[in-house]
Design a protein around this ligand. Structure first.
Ligand SMILES: *[C@@H]1O[C@H](CO)[C@@H](O)[C@H](O)[C@H]1NC(C)=O
Ligand SMILES: *[C@@H]1O[C@H](CO)[C@@H](O)[C@H](O)[C@H]1NC(C)=O
Ligand SMILES: *[C@@H]1O[C@H](CO)[C@@H](O)[C@H](O)[C@H]1NC(C)=O
Ligand SMILES: *[C@@H]1O[C@H](CO)[C@@H](O)[C@H](O)[C@H]1NC(C)=O
Ligand SMILES: *[C@@H]1O[C@H](CO)[C@@H](O)[C@H](O)[C@H]1NC(C)=O
Length: 877
């Protein structure tokens, strides 16, 4: 045994003595064994039997790096990486390292400085000190180690300038100085290392511009300068580094436009320009097929880029990560996003994108992270998102998204993080959301969601701030108890019971109907005395209704306590124009606060369309009598075509067998009844009254021209718009009934007490449009006198037409004009209008003029030189 051989044994034993070896990996290393070549981790030269390689990586050994290894004079490879060595490497450690080619202390806890003696390892090809806590500067001597091919000191506490000298290392292929505290400029002579493939200077304090010599690094495949303070416009020659597969300039202070020459980098798999100050549009080459074949990561986030996200996005067929958040992109989310079959992460947040989330998103089947928060996106969350079955993170907060959460949402079983907060979402939450077992964050705050929070799973511990700001949500988390029985959806479920058709109510109605037909017959014959009996019977009931603000309305109000869901599959909604999306949701239909009023044919509610327009919805209370769906729809389509200034426009309808809604334009200023009888202290002027009469006449004339009979005229059916124009409402409804049967008409339109033409009570007489003329005549008298068609005194009843007719006979008809007008009306004109009203309200239908003639007469009566012009403008038909 040669003495030098003994040296190897001694050196190894000596080295082992300074270590803790918790896993006893080195237990066979023994001074009694003179042949170290079989020892764990030891390799010997096959000829000299000298130890030339020591591989002790990942053995969990700890302790100081002892001097023992100094004795291994023929050591070529020393790998101590991935252990728990601590303390500093002794300075003389490398003093006899003439044969050392590769040394690694990576991933230990070493501190202290890099020994100067490293510079004497003239044969050294690689050294790796990465992931330790080594301080101080790089020994300047290392730049003379001409065999060096790889330097890795990533993740230490090294500092100072990287001085000139690196250019001596012609053989250098790999340099990683990342994640230290180096400062100053990047080494200017780096370009001489023409074999360099991997350059990582990231996360240091390097400043200044890119050294020009870098353009010679044509073999470079990976260049990372991330997280420094580099500045300037990236030079065009970057496009000459055609071998680049990864270019990371992120988090610096580069500015200007993205260099055009980057388009030459056709091997690029990863391009990260984020967190700089780049401006301008995204260059089109980025979305050319030749560039895009292999690109996997594209990060342009946090710059000042603007314009639309190019629709050619779809050509990036290998793209897995796409981040353009925090820029100024506007326009739509490209539909081609669905062509990105490999995409896992899409982040378009914090831009100014509008439009809706394209349903094509369902094509991005690998998607795991979708971030669209803080844009101006509207529309619904596409149900197709259920195709993205790998989705883990979904953030759509702070947009204007509406509609309900897709019922398929709970199928996205990998969801962990969902933020839908601060949108306009409506509807209720699918119960099955509670089955999302991975869920850790689910924020739906500040929307208009309603109904019960799901029970179980994550929802048992959901923070209040994740659900707050939804006034209609209930459940223990929001401290609002839900109705004991979960309400059945009324509006959209065709099978729900019709709350109107209670049998006791029908019974009640029958009795009243009889009384009314009696009254009409009596009124027509002017035998008032007899009528008093019947009327007194009605008195109490009618009074109480009037006080409640409802027009003479004899059926009780309806009860709604249910919140409907928003599922469209139950019914058919047709809008003749515009959007059919109710902002307030169908629940508004059942909300007492939105109720505008009710009459014999149904209750009217107000709601808001998506475009901000208000509409009125009438829920028909005559389901059982309505015609077949086919006829119903045909009628409504006909009526939908009617457009006249003085007619309330029909906007659409909703059909289910048990429920029909008719949708009207909303007229803001209330009905004529309110203006005349329900607003103490305010009074319509003569001109306003005349204009209302003329408007009603024009509206009715148009209806009759279209062969439509209204059947249901009364002052609560005349709406007044904000310009004081009359608009005739409810003209459609009688047509929806199966037969224009007198009984049906009078039972359903019973509220038209006093407006109903006498022929209704006479079974043998045909009912024509002249019945509307009668109603119109009564309305004229009502408008001029300010009195109801039938006024109830304490123990008397006054029928308006008779009262006025009597006054005319006595030659004191001007006394009938509304006292609130004082003398502020043209007497002659008033008398003419009253006479016209009386003629229209003639007992015999053939004595009544038709509405076209009425309009002409009114125009003649109207004296342009007379008034103040207020409300007198000619209405253009
Ligand atoms: C996208 O970039 C922004 C800003 O650079 C960053 O905050 C965000 O985390 C990135 N998104 C993803 C999904 O990585
Ligand atoms: C969603 O997936 C279904 C079935 O896998 C497919 O037919 C459909 O086209 C996909 N939708 C989209 C928008 O890609
Ligand atoms: C959602 O999941 C349910 C139950 O697991 C399944 O029946 C349904 O087909 C799924 N829907 C879609 C669109 O994947
Ligand atoms: C949910 O979002 C709202 C609004 O963005 C926010 O105020 C709240 O803190 C969020 N809740 C949680 C638990 O993060
Ligand atoms: C309505 O009732 C019918 C018959 O009872 C039933 O087949 C149908 O599924 C029900 N529809 C809904 C939406 O409940």
């Amino acid at each position: 045994m040669s003495p030098s051989f003994n040296d190897d044994v001694l050196g190894l034993i000596f080295f082992k003595a300074g270590l803790q070896d918790p896993n006893a990996k080195l237990q066979l290393w023994s001074e009694d064994d003179n042949d170290p070549c079989n020892w764990e981790g030891v390799k010997c030269d096959p000829i000299t039997y000298r130890v030339n390689e020591l591989h002790l990586n990942g053995l969990s050994i700890s302790g100081h790096v002892g001097r023992g290894l100094l004795r291994l004079q023929f050591l070529k490879v020393l790998d101590l990486s991935g252990n728990a060595l601590y303390g500093s490497i002794p300075d003389e450690f490398f003093s006899q390292c003439g044969s050392l080619k590769s040394v690694s202390f990576a991933r230990n806890n070493l501190s202290g400085q890099i020994p100067e003696s490293l510079s004497s390892c003239w044969g050294l090809e690689e050294f790796n000190l990465s992931y330790n806590q080594i301080k101080g500067q790089l020994p300047s001597g290392i730049w003379f180690l001409r065999s060096l091919q790889s330097i890795d000191v990533y993740g230490n506490l090294l500092e100072g300038d990287v001085l000139q000298g690196i250019g001596n290392l012609y053989d250098l292929r790999h340099i990683n100085l990342g994640n230290n505290r180096f400062s100053g400029r990047l080494p200017q002579d780096i370009g001489s290392c023409s074999l360099l493939k991997f350059v990582d200077f990231s996360e240091n304090y390097f400043s200044g511009t890119l050294p020009d010599s870098m353009r010679k690094l044509v073999s470079c495949t990976c260049l990372s300068l991330r997280g420094n303070s580099l500045q300037g416009q990236p030079p065009g020659w970057i496009g000459e580094l055609v071998g680049l597969e990864s270019l990371d300039l992120s988090a610096n202070q580069f500015y200007g436009r993205i260099p055009f020459s980057l388009g030459n980098l056709q091997s690029l798999k990863e391009l990260n320009l984020s967190k700089n100050r780049f401006i301008g549009k995204v260059p089109s080459w980025m979305f050319s097929v030749s560039f895009a074949q292999v690109l996997q990561v594209l990060d342009l986030s946090s710059n000042a880029l603007y314009g639309e996200i190019p629709s050619k996005l779809g050509v990036l067929s290998s793209l897995m990560f796409f981040n353009v958040s925090r820029n100024r992109f506007f326009g739509f989310v490209p539909t081609t996003i669905g062509e990105l079959k490999a995409i896992k992460v899409v982040d378009l947040s914090d831009n100014m994108l509008n439009g809706s989330i394209p349903s094509e998103i369902g094509g991005a089947v690998s998607l795991e992270v979708l971030m669209l928060q803080r844009n101006f996106l509207s529309g619904k969350i596409p149900t197709q998102i259920v195709n993205c079955s790998s989705l883990i993170t979904l953030s759509l907060s702070e947009n204007n998204l509406s509609g309900s959460i897709p019922t398929t949402f709970p199928n996205l079983s990998n969801l962990e993080y969902v933020d839908l907060s601060s949108n306009d979402l409506t509807g209720s939450l699918p119960k099955e959301l509670a089955n999302l077992s991975q869920l850790m964050f689910f924020n739906i705050s500040h929307n208009h969601l309603h109904g019960e929070l799901p029970l179980g799973g994550f929802f048992n511990t959901i923070p209040t701030s994740s659900v707050s700001g939804n006034p209609s949500l209930c459940g223990s988390v929001v401290n609002r108890s839900c109705p004991a029985v979960h309400p059945k959806p009324i509006v959209l479920n065709p099978n729900s019971s019709d709350s109107i058709s209670g049998s006791s109510r029908n019974h009640h109605r029958k009795k009243i109907v009889l009384s009314i037909s009696t009254l009409i017959a009596i009124g027509a014959a002017a035998f008032i005395v007899v009528g008093v009996i019947a009327i007194t019977l009605l008195n109490i009931h009618v009074r109480s209704m009037s006080r409640a603000g409802a027009a003479l309305m004899l059926s009780g109000a309806e009860d709604f306590s249910c919140s409907p869901n928003n599922d469209p599959k139950y019914g058919k909604l047709v809008m003749f124009a515009g959007d059919a999306d109710f902002v307030a949701g169908a629940n508004a239909l059942l909300n007492k606060d939105c109720e505008l009023g009710h009459g014999g044919l149904g209750v009217v509610y107000r709601t808001i369309l998506r475009d901000g327009r208000a509409i009125a919805i009438k829920k028909l209370a005559v389901s059982s009598l309505i015609k077949s769906q086919l006829e119903f729809e045909r009628e409504l389509r006909t009526l939908g075509k009617i457009r006249h200034h003085n007619l309330v426009a029909l906007e659409g309808y909703y059909w289910t067998p048990s429920l029909q809604l008719v949708i009207y334009e909303f007229v803001p200023s209330g009905n004529l009844y309110r203006h005349l009888h329900d607003r103490p202290g305010s009074c319509l002027s003569w001109q306003q009254r005349f204009n209302i009469i003329l408007g009603m006449a024009k509206g009715l004339a148009y209806l009759h021209q279209m062969n439509i009979i209204h059947y249901n005229l009364k002052s609560s059916n005349i709406l007044i718009d904000s310009y004081g124009e009359a608009k005739v409402a409810d003209y459609s409804l009688a047509r929806l009934l199966p037969t224009l049967d007198r009984c049906v008409l009078s039972s359903r339109i019973q509220s038209a007490l006093g407006y109903m033409a006498p022929e209704f009570a006479c079974k043998t007489m045909k009912i024509t449009e002249k019945c509307d003329v009668y109603g119109f005549g009564v309305l004229v008298l009502e408008v001029i006198t300010g009195k109801r068609p039938v006024e109830y005194m304490d123990d008397d009843v006054v029928v308006l037409t008779d009262m006025v007719r009597g006054a005319l006979g006595d030659g004191r008809v001007e006394e009938c004009v509304d006292g609130r007008l004082g003398n502020n009306f043209p007497e002659e004109e008033a008398i003419l209008v009253i006479k016209l009203g009386l003629i229209c309200a003639s007992q015999v239908p053939s004595n009544r003029p038709d509405m076209g003639a009425v309009v002409n007469i009114l125009k003649l009566i109207q004296c342009p030189s007379d008034g103040d012009g207020n409300g007198k403008e000619e209405v253009v038909d």
